[in-house]
Design a protein. Structure first.
Length: 131
């Protein structure tokens, strides 16, 4: 798994995303337990604005390596792009839980909370005159 993932990294640096993706898929085929290939696929999908697919790849990573705080954060960003602020807030909270000293995770969590509050319509009181 690591060899294919390393080859994929080389192709990504060269700008050949298609070849990188091919090597990452090979990595998963031959070593499905190797989580870093899934992480790289998630990052590739994120860069192509394929957020739903990105989340699927990242979910595999955090299921296997729940302490991967950068993946939790990136998954939260993907949820924000999909306007799913509650899921994003959860991911940012997990990132902050595993690495509380990274202020970016807390900032992202606050942004998600703000987005959730903005999505809830405020209650308005209407007075109706009787008579």
């Amino acid at each position: 798994g690591q060899a294919w993932t390393n080859l994929a990294a080389i192709y990504l640096k060269r700008g050949d995303e298609a070849e990188a993706m091919r090597h990452l898929h090979q990595s998963i085929t031959h070593c499905p337990q190797y989580p870093y290939a899934y992480e790289s696929l998630g990052r590739c999908c994120f860069s192509k604005n394929q957020y739903a697919e990105c989340i699927e790849w990242f979910q595999v990573v955090v299921d296997r390596l729940p302490h991967r705080h950068p993946v939790w954060n990136k998954m939260g960003l993907a949820y924000m792009h999909l306007q799913q602020a509650a899921m994003a807030e959860y991911c940012f909270a997990k990132a902050a839980e595993y690495e509380p000293h990274v202020l970016l995770y807390q900032k992202n969590q606050l942004a998600a909370q703000h987005a959730m509050r903005a999505a809830v319509p405020s209650l308005t009181v209407t007075t109706v005159a009787c008579g």
